[in-house]
Write a protein that binds this ligand. Structure first.
Ligand SMILES: [Zn+2]
Ligand SMILES: [Zn+2]
Length: 172
């Protein structure tokens, strides 16, 4: 089945699956009149690892930290917070590995293709962050800030998108 996002985005009719959900003010897709369908689905580049998210994403931001630069090979990573307990792996569990840099969350990727997927607690494995690029369709939310801009890559300007910029971590 062809994802609606590849057919032109929010103006296309969403596929008949899951349940429409339009309750959150923060939902870009709902504000523009395109209902969000749950579960959100996503996975890695090789397709072996698949996941589902049962609740709307909570908030999203761009991260310019050097860890994100290293693990993605790009200037910044767009990620979103997930409702606790709403993320579940549905395929490829054996191919999932995490990088724990000594503090913070473990950065989770597919060992086969290297795709960045999510971040989880090093203690209990609870997933609290998903990488927006790993999602199949419009997640219904847009990044609302840039964090760790003090470490931004010198070779790519921070987008002039009007979003607030924080030198260090985004205030909670
Ligand atoms: Zn993969
Ligand atoms: Zn980062």
């Amino acid at each position: 089945m062809v994802a609606p996002s590849s057919l032109g985005g929010a103006n296309q009719t969403a596929p008949a699956r899951g349940r429409p959900l339009c309750s959150l003010e923060t939902h870009y897709a709902c504000r523009v009149g395109s209902p969000l369908y749950l579960p959100l689905t996503g996975g890695c580049g090789c397709g072996a690892v698949r996941f589902e998210i049962d609740a709307p994403l909570v908030a999203a931001a761009y991260c310019h930290c050097t860890r994100c630069q290293r693990r993605t090979g790009t200037a910044m990573q767009a990620s979103a917070r997930v409702e606790p307990g709403s993320f579940r792996l549905v395929a490829g569990e054996g191919l999932v590995r995490g990088w724990f840099a000594g503090d913070g969350l473990e950065k989770v990727f597919c060992v086969e293709c290297g795709s960045a997927l999510c971040a989880r607690s090093p203690e209990d494995g609870a997933v609290s962050i998903v990488r927006l690029g790993a999602l199949d369709e419009d997640p219904g939310i847009r990044p609302s800030a840039h964090q760790f801009v003090a470490y931004a890559a010198p070779w790519e300007p921070i987008p002039d998108d009007g979003l607030p910029r924080f030198p260090e971590r985004l205030p909670a």
